[in-house]
Ligand binder design. Sequence first.
Ligand code: ZN
Ligand code: ZN
Length: 372
Amino acid sequence: MTEPNEPPSGTAPEGITILGTAQWSAWQERLLPPVEKIGGGIWSVPVPIPHNPLRYTLCYLLTSDDGLLVVDPGWNSPEGWEALQAGLAEAGATAADIHGILATHVHPDHHGLSARLREESGAWIAMHPAERDTLPQRTTRIAGSHRTITAWLRHRGASDEDAEALGGPLDARTPESAGMADPDVLLEDGDLVPLRGRTLRAVWTPGHTPGHLCVQAVDERLLLTGDHVLPRITPNVGLYPGGTGTPLADFFSSLERTGEFDDHDALPAHEYRFRGLGQRTRILAEHHERRCQELVDVVARLGAPTPWEIAQHLSWSRPWSEIGRMRLSALSETESHVDHLVRQGRLTWDERTAGARVRLAGPATAHTGSTA
Ligand SMILES: [Zn+2]
Ligand SMILES: [Zn+2]
């Protein structure tokens, strides 16, 4: 969430129609929006994220003949739990009425409360298998050891001092990652959520995370977009320590796919409801195309920079010297773009070699520049 493409506050983002007008004005006034009944047996419940500029996650409650489905219960904190209970009460329900929980992805602002909610309700938890594989207890990836992350940073050209400072507090058992629930139900692309009396289809949209799911409410023509498409900001699309795959290329294809839901209302996990998925997904894709060009220009200007140097010279929503720990997500975002441009044959970079420098691909290497 560190890229500089946000419209000034008070300005409606271009190309979309804001449907959540109460959410929009609450956003402007920096308040928590109200619990809202959207219609069709669907409620949106803002669950606060402590000390975070995003301020809240929009959790959704959906009725079915089996009971309630809760999509993205939110951040695990006493205030979060209280907000969720208040939302359930507003929908005339308690934890006992919950039949299932669905995590669009396992970031703590979405999946944090799932474990506690399952304990209280006995409901199952569903997610995409690729997302399950990224759970902290199943991987040493982002929650890897101090040493792994420090080594990764040094390898990309960070100074010893920066690498030590950023590598530190990501140690495995951060409070946010402790107790992240494993799923009971796995949903592949196109699968229907197992609920009677409500047709919900899983739409796999990798990019922001490998197993990110959007959820289509087929009869209501709604798309729950999680963090994949938000009305105002760009989700982080990064390659983290130990990360594999092609997150940026995946994100582009996922955007194209979600753009086809232009006649659906978008129910995002942050900010406010809107309509205009066609236009919004085009704007996000153009943003990343521009970002790729900016990166190529930085490489051309610097000659042969390390990924760390590139990250330092890209524009971010705040100056590099002020973004502190967000440098790690900035570097991972830089890396996903470098990786994409190498695969496209526009840049060369030998990721296997420590301190390797990124270069413009010459005519001779234009079609063989991939290191994959
Ligand atoms: Zn997320
Ligand atoms: Zn989020």
